[in-house]
Ligand binder design. Structure first.
Ligand code: AMP
Ligand code: GLY
Length: 428
């Protein structure tokens, strides 16, 4: 059958959602996920690939004659996978190495925002080795709370919000003592603290045109009521009411459009997802961070919320024809609850058998993150294990529908938050 052929890179819940949304399209002929997980295997085929091995990725794309390679995680993008694929004539959904620095380097992102006039926190950047300049700045200029950010990718561990100047100065030694963190912090960005509520908006871009997907809210802390350690994200819902129409328009005109125009002017038109992390206060938003990919777990709600053809959108975005695509969205809400291994984001056990998936109705959607299949059975294989999706006309019914499904799934040491979406309910 003729139709689009996709290679999706990655292996988490985000990639399951991407492969699921691509496979749903009547225009899709094949979805290959590399390396994938037991969830993506149900959307097509999985191919074992090392995402650092760009030659093997190119070879797989050629062998399977794929139309578009969709890159899930940031690391391959920061390492230039999009450049390498495009140089071989293979279309990619994802920015080039230059554009991926919007996520890969805080200093780069801040410098561009400043240059393009995009609203964000005031900042100053330093060579981390220059401790005396950093300390002088903290003592004499910085206002508390002080936000310290390691410049490079730090797996969500590179940002410190310090209540006092002493705390900020003490953090310098802490960063230096941690090898991985110090490697990410050859540059250090010191930023103004922004008060407000966080949300994220995802612009799907073709270099010139863009489509905004519905705004979402992640729940980054491990505990109910936003308590405890930071995680990759314990659940999400969309649309997030904190992102009013006013904020959405402001995001378009003051953030996404200047960024797209600016990247084009730099000779690096931005193709892929521009993830805009926002801080919203008094119905006005400023950028907390950019990422160069879909959010995880936000992707697991925003793709189900999109009712128009996702595969077509990706093909248009990768080929510069997004102006021909008209997105349509579900009129209600989606909510996704992450089922995790107790102990995450620190120490947890793996290899627990997951029960109940086989009893779910056909319409129930559960995206796999950290799972493993063995002889037809599914076992836990990571900190974040599954994402249970709920859909409803109201946010309340979407939340209730998700937790109804959660009750039917079990494994040893299961842990999840009980308050996903509550922040949104309070605003409605
Ligand atoms: P980032 O990796 O830049 O997204 O930062 C991680 C988290 O730190 C964000 O999601 C915010 O909760 C918080 N954060 C980062 N920068 C700021 C800031 N300037 N003001 C307040 N909170 C911030
Ligand atoms: N959910 C946060 C992230 O994907 O960065």
């Amino acid at each position: 059958m003729p139709g689009y052929r996709f290679l999706v890179l990655g292996s988490g819940g985000r990639e399951h959602a991407i492969s699921w949304a691509l496979a749903k399209s009547p225009k899709t002929a094949e979805v290959i996920t590399a390396p994938g997980n037991p969830g993506t295997a149900q959307c097509g085929i999985n191919v074992q690939l090392d995402l650092n091995d760009h030659a093997a990725i190119i070879q797989t794309a050629k062998t399977h004659e794929v139309d578009v390679v969709v890159v899930g995680p940031e690391l391959p993008l920061v390492n230039g996978i999009a450049d390498d694929l495009r140089s071989m004539g293979i279309a990619v959904f994802g920015p080039d190495k230059y554009g991926a620095q919007l996520e890969g380097s805080k200093e780069f992102a801040k410098n561009l925002m400043e240059e393009f006039g995009v609203p964000t926190a005031a900042y100053q950047s330093f060579d981390f080795s220059d401790h005396s300049a950093i300390k002088t700045y903290i003592r004499e200029k910085a206002q508390t709370p002080i936000v310290l950010k390691a410049d490079g990718l730090a797996a969500g561990k590179g940002v410190f919000i310090c209540e006092t100047k002493e705390d900020a100065i003490g953090r310098l030694d802490y960063i230096q003592a941690d090898k991985a963190l110090a490697a990410a912090a050859t540059k250090l960005v010191i930023e103004e603290f922004m008060d407000g509520e966080e949300a994220s908006v995802f612009a799907v871009c073709d270099g010139l045109n863009y489509v905004l997907l519905t705004p979402a809210q992640d729940h980054k802390r491990i505990g109910d009521g936003d308590t405890g350690l930071n995680t990759g994200g314990m659940g999400a819902y969309t649309p997030a009411p904190v992102v009013s129409n006013h904020v959405l328009n402001q995001v378009k005109t003051e953030i996404v459009e200047p960024m797209l125009k600016g990247m084009q002017a730099k000779g690096h038109p931005y193709v892929g997802v521009l993830y805009v992390g926002l801080m919203i206060k008094d119905d006005y938003s400023r950028v907390v961070e950019f990422n160069c990919r879909f959010g995880d777990p936000e992707c697991q709600v925003i793709l189900p919320q999109l009712e128009s053809d996702f595969a077509e959108m990706i093909v248009h975005a990768a080929n510069g024809t997004l102006s021909q695509y008209k997105p349509l969205f579900y009129n209600g809400f989606h909510c996704s609850v992450v089922l995790a291994s107790d102990g995450y984001p620190e120490f947890y056990e793996k290899g627990k058998q997951i029960h109940g998936l086989e009893t779910l109705s056909e319409e129930s959607v559960v995206f796999h993150s950290g799972t493993k299949e063995f002889e037809g059975l599914i076992f836990t294989n990571g900190g974040r294990v599954l994402n249970v999706l709920g859909k409803g006309d109201t946010l309340n019914s979407a939340i209730n529908n998700a937790y109804e499904i959660v009750k039917k799934i079990s494994f040893d040491n299961i842990y999840y938050r009980n308050d996903i979406g509550q922040k949104g309910l309070k605003r409605i």
